[in-house]
Design a protein around this ligand. Structure first.
Ligand code: FRU
Length: 511
């Protein structure tokens, strides 16, 4: 049996026992087993391809493979065979994260070139690893040929991973995360001048593109670097990466450290340094957004997908509630990125996602008297809820509300102009590495306009989109029917509301 066949068998064995109480209906997850980072996002041979870090042998982080799904329209997805298993000595302990681009081979055949990190624990008992950048190619996106190491691990470095490639002015570039010997997290830039996939082996170090300014940040995982046009028409460059060891709170003296997905906006051109015009900012205000990767769509939009980690970006075994479920980890919905005023990264669900809507209930205008609670639905596991909140109205939307009073609560406070997602005790949580409440401002307090919220509720996650900002979290509702309720405080509130039931994203059911 090949390594890939054995991996498929591992998934098939777990699939039979999969518990679907939190298994997503419209988010990408493995059929069974663990997943983390999205990898190799691309549009190739008329389809979108999403690969992902995958342990096909257990519901926890383990020897990494590349799982694979594809879609013609970002709405309906097809399960594809596992794309890569560790086979070479250099990747003995894992085929880690990486990216994909399309370029011709010497015969002119469009070829998918994948650069990824080969991971191997050192045999010296130090617990350290050797990480190298490797090349694999494919002509159909399904079966890959490996070509081995193209960038060896620099002397004195052990953490060196997650290459992201793109092309600017006919030259190929790559950002990769590195930890310096003095334990600082950096993003390094490499380049390669070639017009065919055969030349994709000649990578040269260019410069340290960015060092995270925080001293405690010891590694920059999963960097990505892409241009976006600001509202004033200026082309800026956006660097995203995951800062390991970042301070958890806004309070810079906070002792809590965690791993945060960040972005920095600045200016860059080939041969020039990256000069930032913003400080690092969170990509998402919630506790479950990590290792995102972006791609350009055929019509020129910038899409990103992240990993909704249940453990705040910290790899580890599933907590007891999910350990027996046979799966763990899911990706966010595809999101469209743009730049707003003040070089703010704006995030909305990809426009294609309206294609998932079924059984739309338009509740029209709703008026709530002070302290009134209104039940909108009795039992909904997956929903897209659109709220248009009138100026001056404050309210709370409870989703996944079970008989024991547990729920995820989305609030809008017109006094402060902030949207919040509160998990409270309501949902079984993983390691409490992050605050249980996440907030974001959505325009000026007491703002004159309608506040539009789009809340994507799946069986095991909530994503709240408001005013170009997003709060994401995995959630683990209790057993029983999951109601949706609207409530308001001492002042009356009014709004409009529509509830859609997203279709399943899978072309064929798993079982
Ligand atoms: C981020 C990460 C990457 C690595 C991969 C391994 O979550 O740690 O840096 O390539 O996951 O699964």
């Amino acid at each position: 049996m090949t390594d890939l066949e054995s991996a498929e068998r591992g998934v098939a064995e777990m699939l039979g026992r999969r518990d679907d109480r939190w298994y997503p209906r419209f988010h990408i997850a493995a059929r069974a087993g663990w997943i983390n980072d999205p990898n190799g996002l691309c549009h190739f041979n008329g389809r979108y391809h999403v690969y992902f870090q995958h342990n096909p042998y257990g519901p926890d982080w383990g020897t990494m493979h590349w799982g694979h799904v594809s879609s013609a329209d970002l709405v309906t997805w097809r399960r594809e065979p596992i794309a890569m298993a560790p086979e070479l000595e250099a990747e003995r302990d894992g085929v880690f994260s990486g990216s994909a681009v399309v370029l011709p081979d010497a015969q002119g055949t469009p070829t998918l070139a994948v650069l990824y990190t080969g991971h191997r624990w050192l045999d010296d008992g130090s617990g350290r690893a050797r990480q190298v950048q490797c090349l694999a190619t494919s002509t159909d996106g399904v079966a890959f040929t490996k070509h081995g190491i193209v960038i060896d691990c620099p002397e004195g470095i052990t953490d060196f991973r997650d290459p992201k490639i793109w092309c600017t002015d006919g030259c190929w570039y790559m950002v990769v995360g590195a930890q310096t010997p003095d334990r600082r997290g950096e993003v390094w830039l490499y380049s390669c001048e070639t017009s065919t996939v055969e030349g994709f082996t000649g990578w040269r170090f260019q410069q340290v593109l960015h060092r995270d300014p925080e001293h405690g940040v010891f590694m920059a995982e999963c960097p990505d670097f892409f241009p976006l046009t600001a509202p004033d028409g200026r082309r800026r460059w956006v660097l995203t990466y995951c800062a390991m060891g970042a301070r958890a709170g806004e309070d810079s003296s906070s002792a809590d450290r965690t791993n945060l997905a960040r972005y920095v906006v600045g200016d860059w051109a080939p041969g020039r340094p990256f000069t930032d015009v913003t400080a690092p900012r969170p990509c998402d205000q919630g506790p479950s957004y990590y290792a995102s990767q972006s791609m350009e769509t055929p019509d020129g939009r910038r899409l990103a997908i992240g990993w909704m980690s249940a453990v705040g970006g910290v790899d580890g075994p599933p907590e007891p509630p999910q350990a027996a479920d046979g799966w763990c980890g899911q990706l966010t919905v595809p999101r469209e990125l743009s730049l707003g005023d003040g070089d703010t990264l704006l995030v909305v669900p990809a426009r294609e996602l309206v294609g998932l809507r079924t059984r739309t209930r338009d509740l029209g205008r709703i008026t709530l008297a002070p302290w009134q609670v209104r039940r909108l639905d009795e039992d909904v596991e997956a929903a897209e809820i659109e709220l248009g909140i009138d100026p001056g109205s404050s309210l709370t939307l409870a989703v996944g509300l079970t008989g024991d009073g547990r729920a995820a609560r989305i609030g809008y406070d017109s006094g402060t102009g902030r949207v919040s997602l509160e998990l409270g005790e309501g949902f079984l949580r993983w390691a409490p590495v992050r605050p249980e409440r996440a907030e974001q401002p959505v325009g000026a307090a007491g703002s004159a306009g309608t506040v539009n919220l789009r809340v994507l509720v799946d069986r095991g996650s909530v994503e709240v989109f408001a005013d170009g900002r997003v709060i994401s979290s995995t959630v683990f509702p209790s057993a029983g029917p999951r109601a949706i309720k609207l409530g308001c405080g001492p002042a009356p509130a009014s709004l409009s509301c529509r509830i859609h039931r997203p279709a399943s994203i899978w072309e064929t059911p798993d079982r």
